[in-house]
Design a binder for this molecule. Structure first.
Ligand SMILES: [Fe+2]
Ligand SMILES: [Fe+2]
Length: 161
């Protein structure tokens, strides 16, 4: 199981270079995501797990952390059908990409991480190992959130603070 310590947390924050504290990212705290979990908690959880996968397997872990943090930056209430034109699965990565690109300069790899994170329910195929890492982290974290495991993890106190 992925754990957290000060060295890992500081290395993770270095990768994000202040993005965590931007109003746009912080505003995800107000948006529901999975039951009992807001979009900010989910995004930081995914970013941290992807970062750890990236470090463990020698990937571009900065892209994993940044792509993970921004992958769901769609910034609307997903329960409000009027907030987006079609299918949430297909829509929200495109909104997230638009918002993320307005917030920071994204590499092509980071753009693909965001666009493909819902694969296989996505138009875009993950084109890097980092994109696969974030897509996998997203599914792992979503499963832990839906099962209620996330609420019992000690690392939640740090990640969701
Ligand atoms: Fe998503
Ligand atoms: Fe997600």
């Amino acid at each position: 199981m992925v754990t957290i310590n000060l060295a890992n947390w500081n290395a993770f924050l270095d990768c994000l270079d202040g993005l965590l504290y931007t109003p746009e990212v912080q505003s995800m705290r107000r948006l529901p995501h999975h039951p009992g979990v807001n979009c900010y908690e989910h995004s930081v959880f995914v970013a941290y797990v992807a970062f750890r996968i990236g470090r463990r397997y020698g990937l571009d872990y900065r892209a994993c952390a940044r792509g993970g943090l921004l992958h769901d930056l769609y910034l609307y209430d997903c329960r409000d059908a009027s907030a987006h034109p079609g299918n949430q699965c297909l829509d929200h990565p495109e909104f997230a990409l638009r918002n993320a690109a307005a917030l920071t300069a994204l590499s092509q790899k980071e753009r693909n991480i965001i666009q493909s994170h819902m694969w296989p329910l996505a138009v875009h195929l993950p084109r890097s190992r980092e994109a696969w890492a974030v897509s996998s982290a997203d599914k792992i974290c979503a499963t832990l959130e839906v099962l209620g495991v996330w609420k019992r993890l000690r690392m939640r106190a740090v990640l969701a603070a």
